[in-house]
Ligand binder design. Structure first.
Ligand SMILES: Cc1ncc(C[n+]2csc(CCOP(=O)(O)OP(=O)(O)O)c2C)c(N)n1
Length: 372
């Protein structure tokens, strides 16, 4: 069996062999800064978690171009059904790091007011970024349903459903792709194949020759793309969005990439990822490749890059200061925004909890801290 070569636009040396770049210099620099912001967010969150100030985070190092290139192909009216490793998609579209940081601390300004785990962001502005869902694959049929609704209403939006290689083993993947193709729903399925589902390598995940080939069985196009190449990602996701908007139905995009860190802050990848593999992918670092591309257009020097990286770290550090200083949600907020009229049994249970907190203090009643 031969596996198609992943589509590539930016060669390792940064050249693009006459490719027509459809982004302005400012837009290219915005993509670059977003990738640096993701890296800074990652670094700072790792330190926060290790020092016990937040409970949990998800590293994104290595997959930044995949997220940002895909996000750049979307319109602000489109909807993102993200995986938990898609920080760059939110940041690219203008979600402020501090809004994400409020969620990392589960404080009173977190959009879920502390009712979700850290990293489980949800935003309605400036783009619909649907709440990250921990159970793998559940958001895939949700994206299909939303896309089908858009089609029935005659709207021209697209849903992007993003998931990992492990996500392809979920029931949601199979039912979602099947119905999307049958209904010609305007949805783009992005499988970020980063080689592992926690410690499970791809060769134990599937016996198929690739993930993209699965598209054939459902009756939609499947494309393999270099996930460390921002412009190649943009190109294939944009083509898939255009087809979806024009009524041509869904596409499955397999982006080949690599996570250059742990699955989460609770994971130790040195126990299962061979050192040589990490070293070989480090040479294909997506941020360094984009820097070489920008340099070829006179948009980047090491000094400019260092200044921009410092600027991103400052922005993230300021976000931490603001989020950490924001109080935890008050206990009474557990039912806010949940019911129009609180059912009597919950009113009784809530009252019992509030009475307990009044007697023994909030800390004994939970204290709003994430228990990891
Ligand atoms: C239904 C379900 N089964 C198992 C888990 C535990 N789990 C959390 S992340 C993960 C691996 C997912 O890997 P992949 O989809 O490849 O995404 P990646 O983390 O590599 O980005 C698993 C098995 C879960 N969250 N949900």
């Amino acid at each position: 069996m031969t596996i198609a070569e992943p589509l590539q636009v930016i060669a390792q040396d940064g050249s693009t062999a006459g490719f027509q770049v459809d982004l302005s210099n400012d837009a290219l620099l915005h993509c670059y800064r977003t990738m640096l912001l993701v890296r800074a967010f990652d670094d700072v969150c790792l330190k926060l978690q290790r020092s016990g100030r937040i409970g949990f985070s998800i590293p994104n190092k290595g997959v930044e171009a995949c997220q940002v290139g895909a996000a750049s192909a979307l319109e602000k009216t489109d909807w993102i059904f993200p995986s938990y490793r898609d920080f760059g998609m939110a940041l690219y579209h203008g979600v402020k790091p501090v809004e994400m940081m409020h969620n990392m601390f589960g404080n009173d300004r977190d959009s879920a007011r502390g009712r979700q785990m850290p990293v489980h962001f949800s935003f309605v502005q400036p783009i619909h970024f649907v709440s990250i869902s921990s159970p793998i694959g559940t958001h895939i049929p949700q994206a299909v349903g939303a896309a089908y609704a858009m089609k029935l209403r005659g709207e021209k939006q697209v849903c992007l459903a993003s998931f990992g290689d492990g996500g392809t083993s979920s029931l949601g993947f199979h039912s979602g792709l099947n119905f999307a193709a049958v209904w010609k729903a305007p949805v783009v399925f992005l499988c970020q194949n980063n080689g592992y589902a926690i410690s499970c390598p791809s060769e134990e995940q599937t016996a198929s020759e690739s993930y993209a080939v699965k598209a054939k069985a459902y009756g939609m196009p499947g494309v393999i793309v270099d996930g460390n190449d921002l412009l190649a990602m943009r190109k294939v996701v944009k083509e898939a969005c255009d087809r979806a908007r024009a009524g041509g139905g869904p596409t499955l995009v397999e982006a080949k990439t690599f996570r250059m860190g742990g699955h989460s802050t609770s994971d130790d990848p040195t126990r299962y990822v061979p050192k040589e593999l990490v070293e070989s992918w480090a040479k294909k670092d997506p941020v360094a490749r984009f820097e070489r591309f920008l340099a070829s257009r006179k948009l980047w020097t090491p000094e400019k890059g260092a200044l921009l990286a410092e600027d991103c770290t400052r922005e993230i550090t300021a976000a931490v200061g603001e989020a950490e200083a924001t109080p935890a949600p008050v206990l009474e907020s557990i039912f806010s925004d949940v019911y129009a009229t609180l059912p009597p049994h919950l009113r009784r249970q809530g009252q019992a909890a509030f009475d307990l907190a009044a007697r023994v203090g909030d800390a004994a009643a939970g204290g709003g801290k994430f228990p990891l």
